[in-house]
Design a protein around this ligand. Structure first.
Ligand SMILES: *Cc1c(COP(=O)(O)O)cnc(C)c1O
Length: 368
């Protein structure tokens, strides 16, 4: 571990490897592994993460948008890349960069077939998304016959996979709902495959689906958060290692006398003498203003220091009255021990949100 001298996000590729290998132990050997690297690989740096996973021989990648897929191709990623939520305006680029679209309604299916035909494509790989209860994106079961008619008429495309997405795979209280989604997906994929006349890959599970529903892995699984070290349960968190540590340093220490205030809007007012440390990280770096006023905290020399007053754009102030520390000392926002999950739960949100929010301004450092 390097001691931080500025705000840095330190990313541990050994931990990434550990998580990948662990998740694979939960699969049948023949089940393919798709790594979800959307949103800069959940804030980590999609190119570097994808390069390393490609080196570990992952089967597939997924991103949300076409520009994210182009960035991966530019970084030398040659494995197939599924684009989960492509926008039709960029379809020509999608084809140029050999990205594979998820098609989820008739409008986008029609537009893609027409572009693929105009670009003289043959059997271009497409993925058909079905809605089984999330009610976000996807065709419905009733659309199957009409989809197949359109696809069979077009030489330009070939269905590489059929997939759906679980709404509550991490929540065992919703198990009956999830089992119902699995059942619908089975019915849909059987009907679809029968009419199509060839066998596309089937996939349904995200990380929590992998961990909680081994019977629903089908041909491939799509893992995001698990790769980055979070299992959405205390038990699974034990098996995974958070790959990112967000660290900073103490810029200045102040003594605040009774009756004085700290920060914008004088949001903190002191009723006794306290000590504060000012840190070079703020809401522009991804520390949401909700963490202010005593809710969020950082760790200095193994002690918890709550954020006091309002979060500024470039700085936060923390209470260090009971902590022995100096200007220049390292500060942990989150790491393997003081997790992003614990910090995010202080404002009732989830690890996904804080890790994807760390902005571009924060330097990424990779360690092995
Ligand atoms: C983001 C996403 C995933 C990954 O989910 P995790 O919970 O991070 O594993 C999988 N599938 C789809 C469709 C997604 O949008």
């Amino acid at each position: 571990m390097i001691k931080a001298q500025e705000t840095v996000l330190e990313i541990d590729l050994n931990a990434l490897k550990h998580n990948f290998k662990y998740l694979k132990t939960r699969l049948q050997p023949s089940t393919k592994f798709l790594a979800v690297v959307k949103a800069f690989a959940y804030g980590n740096d999609a190119s570097k993460i994808a390069e390393y996973l490609q080196h570990l021989n992952v089967d597939y990648f997924a991103v949300a948008y076409i520009n994210e897929g182009i960035a991966l191709r530019d970084a030398g990623i040659t494995k197939p890349i599924l684009v989960l939520h492509p926008q039709t305006v960029n379809f020509k680029l999608l084809v140029k960069y050999k990205l594979e679209p998820s098609l989820y309604n008739f409008k986008i299916l029609k537009e893609f077939i027409s572009i693929a035909s105009a670009e003289k494509q043959k059997e271009y790989p497409i993925h058909i998304k079905f809605n089984t209860g999330l009610n976000r994106l996807g065709f419905s079961e009733n659309d199957i016959i009409a989809i197949i008619e359109k696809i069979k008429r077009a030489q330009a495309v070939k269905v590489k996979s059929i997939f759906s997405h679980l709404a509550a795979s991490e929540d065992m209280a919703e198990k009956p709902f999830t089992l119902n989604q699995i059942k619908s997906f089975k019915i849909i994929s059987e009907t679809f495959t029968k009419h199509l006349g060839y066998k596309p890959m089937l996939h349904l599970c995200n990380t929590s689906g992998v961990l909680n529903y081994p019977e629903a892995h089908f041909d491939m699984v799509r893992c995001g958060i698990g790769l980055y070290g979070f299992g959405n349960s205390e038990k699974e968190n034990q098996n995974l290692k958070p790959i990112a540590a967000l660290k900073t340093v103490i810029s200045q220490i102040h003594t605040i006398e009774k009756g004085n205030s700290v920060g914008y809007n004088r949001a903190y007012k002191s009723n006794k003498t306290i000590k504060t440390a000012t840190l070079p990280i703020g809401h522009a770096d991804g520390i949401n203003r909700q963490y202010g006023n005593g809710r969020g905290f950082v760790t200095i020399n193994s002690k918890k220091a709550p954020i006091i007053g309002n979060v500024c754009m470039d700085m936060i102030m923390v209470n260090i009255t009971n902590i022995d520390c100096n200007e220049g000392d390292e500060v942990i926002i989150f790491n393997k021990n003081y997790t992003a999950e614990a910090l995010s739960s202080s404002i009732n949100t989830i690890s996904y949100e804080i890790i994807t929010a760390i902005s571009n301004r924060v330097k990424r450092i990779f360690v092995r």
